[in-house]
Design a protein around this ligand. Structure first.
Ligand code: ATP
Ligand code: GCO
Length: 169
């Protein structure tokens, strides 16, 4: 990514991988706006997950369209948006929104993420859906613009790794 172009980042990964926590820190570091994927879900999607049912491709389609719109609107100013973006074809949809979308995959062990989702308070996502999230996850391909970041450090340490990946891309 050219440094003359404002970074446009999708911070991705399964539920509780740290997208919101690290994404907000990364946006501060880069000096760009942050948007939260969960704010783009239709109410029916949140209700479905709250009741313990995973989303399917049809559920995710309008949500991805909204996130793609946000990316297109921020192509000039730059931005960081969280989005699980679990499947390759979801990412292809998002990447089509602007010329320079960069994907950062927050990548950790199942045990670590399970511990974090279980400890998390006040979030609608049931820990029991983590297995379905992992099953849907297709890691970044070599031909995708992006990088995988380990998440075993503190949020600030992970954000620093994320910033390095973005600025060296
Ligand atoms: N080093 C760390 N990095 C990121 N999150 C951490 C870390 N240590 C603990 N956490 C905690 O992990 C939990 C999951 O983080 P967060 O809610 O940001 O994930 P998420 O990917 O946005 O989840 P979701 O997709 O379900 O909204 C939070 O309670 C957060 O405080
Ligand atoms: O693609 C999905 O299944 C959803 O986006 C989920 O990832 C949730 O929105 C999120 O994990 C909870 O915050």
């Amino acid at each position: 990514m050219s440094h003359s172009i404002a970074p446009l980042v999708v911070i991705m990964g399964v539920s509780a991988s740290g997208k919101s926590t690290v994404g907000q820190l990364l946006a501060q570091r880069l000096g760009v706006p942050y948007a939260e994927a969960d704010d783009f879900h239709p109410a029916a999607n949140v209700a479905k997950m709250r009741e313990g049912h995973p989303l399917d491709d049809e559920d995710r389609r309008p949500w991805l369209d909204e996130i793609a719109r946000w990316l297109a609107d921020h192509a000039g100013s730059g931005g960081v948006v969280s989005c699980s973006a679990l499947k390759r074809h979801y990412r292809d949809r998002l990447a089509s929104a602007a010329r320079h979308v960069f994907f950062l995959h927050l990548d950790g062990s199942r045990e670590l993420i399970a511990a974090r989702i279980t400890a998390r308070q006040g979030h609608f996502m049931p820990p029991g859906l983590l297995d379905t999230q992992s099953a849907d996850l297709e890691p970044l391909g070599d031909d995708e613009a992006g990088a995988a970041i380990p998440i075993d450090g503190t949020p600030q340490e992970t954000a620093a790794l994320a910033q390095d990946a973005v600025t060296s891309s």
